[in-house]
Design a protein around this ligand. Structure first.
Ligand SMILES: NC(=O)C1=CN([C@@H]2O[C@H](COP(=O)(O)OP(=O)(O)OC[C@H]3O[C@@H](n4cnc5c(N)ncnc54)[C@H](OP(=O)(O)O)[C@@H]3O)[C@@H](O)[C@H]2O)C=CC1
Ligand SMILES: CC(C)CCC[C@@H](C)[C@H]1CC[C@H]2C3=C(CC[C@]12C)[C@@]1(C)CCC(=O)[C@@H](C)[C@@H]1CC3
Length: 339
């Protein structure tokens, strides 16, 4: 049976590697690349068709960081497909990352060194900004746009007699300490990436609680540390290439250095092959690569509580109402001006 799979941020890195891997296991797939830049999306589609001639690969314009774009894209999805089997929420940003060199060297000679390499805890900050919707950009892109997409696609995702899956590309950098329920957009901190990923872990838990009975199942994964455009924003690519032998050395101590997008997509691919009943809603599924280069997936319990995840879910629903109102007022104004 033909399965419909949508991948956000599919034109590069882990998203593109996932598409390659999915087409390799299911040639009947109807794959939809949901991207903000159609030129890059076309190039990704061409690359996929080179290795999988005859595959059914659609393109969808989607900027998850824009409320209007999410609504327009969801409308388009509803006209194209009558069900969704997998929705991979993979698009993500980490703007203006800064590594605290002092904290890095302190961590290097501490008992916490392995954990630091696996999670970047305490050594990585970012500078966020407001987007044109008046939302914090990292929150809007990594979390809220995806949340809205799910809400808009509920008629397709929650159908009686059909199972749909959503999979969030989260991170082991998601930390409780970076998230505050009073400041869910992380307006006041310097770890918006960590906060947004922690929030996605909580939303996934809440979604399972509210939507499993309607056939919608949510999971979260961490791809490990992968060389992509995102990590090339932290250190330039030539520097990563220079220190690659050290990276392989570190992999002996932490299997979280998956390094290639193919390896990083392991848990995303693994989830595609599992039945939802066999999965743990409180677990994050980690892509891991052993020192010998063997890929595997393991679940680890997430540090989240039901109460905060419920409050967050409600707050997101409230923000959704506010944004819908704002948008309809904005659209009414534009219409009035054109007449
Ligand atoms: N690399 C790593 O070590 C890790 C990555 N992750 C997560 O993996 C996911 C994929 O990132 P990765 O492959 O590493 O990095 P890439 O930068 O290669 O991929 C990110 C993708 O998201 C897209 N994207 C960004 N913003 C938007 C937007 N507003 N609307 C639509 N698409 C958007 C990008 O599009 P464009 O090309 O147009 O910018 C790109 O296709 C992210 O969620 C990231 O947080 C998690 C843990 C580790
Ligand atoms: C290995 C080198 C000698 C020095 C590299 C130091 C840091 C730049 C890295 C150490 C741990 C890395 C890390 C990430 C980014 C680069 C490091 C901070 C991530 C935060 C990238 C995005 C994620 O989502 C996490 C899973 C990564 C965790 C580890």
């Amino acid at each position: 049976m033909e399965r419909v799979v949508i991948v956000t941020g599919a034109n590069s890195g882990i998203g593109l590697a996932l598409c390659e891997r999915l087409l390799a296991v299911d040639s009947q797939l109807r794959l939809c690349l949901a991207c903000r830049n159609m030129r890059r999306a076309e190039a990704a589609r061409a690359a996929l068709l080179t290795s999988h001639t005859g595959a059914r690969v659609d393109l969808l314009h989607l900027d998850v960081g824009s409320v209007q774009s999410v609504f327009t894209a969801a409308q388009e999805v509803k006209t194209r497909y009558n069900k969704i089997d997998f929705l991979y929420l993979n698009a993500g940003i980490m703007p203006n990352p800064q590594v605290d060199i002092g904290a890095f060297f302190k961590g290097l000679f501490s008992r916490n060194a392995i954990n630091m390499f696996a999670t970047a805890e305490g050594i990585l900050t970012q500078q966020d900004r407001l987007n044109s919707d008046g939302l914090q950009e990292v929150f809007a892109t990594n979390l809220f746009g995806h949340f809205l997409l799910i809400r808009e696609l509920e008629p397709l995702l929650c159908q009686t007699g059909h199972i749909s899956r959503v999979v969030w590309t989260s991170s082991s950098n998601a930390q409780r300490s970076a998230f505050s329920i009073e400041d869910m957009q992380h307006r006041n901190g310097s770890e918006p990436y960590s906060s947004s990923k922690y929030a996605s872990d909580m939303v996934s838990l809440a979604l399972n609680k509210h939507k499993n009975s309607q056939g919608l199942f949510s999971s979260v994964i961490c791809p490990g540390l992968v060389m992509t455009n995102l990590t090339y924003g932290i250190l330039p690519s030539f520097f990563w290439t220079l220190i690659m032998p050290i990276m392989y050395l570190i992999r002996i101590f932490t299997n979280t250095f998956t390094l290639t997008p193919y390896n990083g997509a392991e848990a995303l691919h693994w989830l595609f092959l599992q039945t939802p009943e066999s999965l743990d809603p409180r677990a994050k599924y980690h892509s891991l690569t052993s020192a010998r280069g063997i890929n595997y997936t393991i679940p680890r319990q997430m540090d989240i509580d039901d109460e905060t995840s419920e409050i967050l879910y409600d707050k997101l629903l409230e923000l959704e109402r506010v944004m819908r109102k704002k948008l309809s007022e904005r659209n009414a104004d534009t219409e009035a001006q054109t007449y």
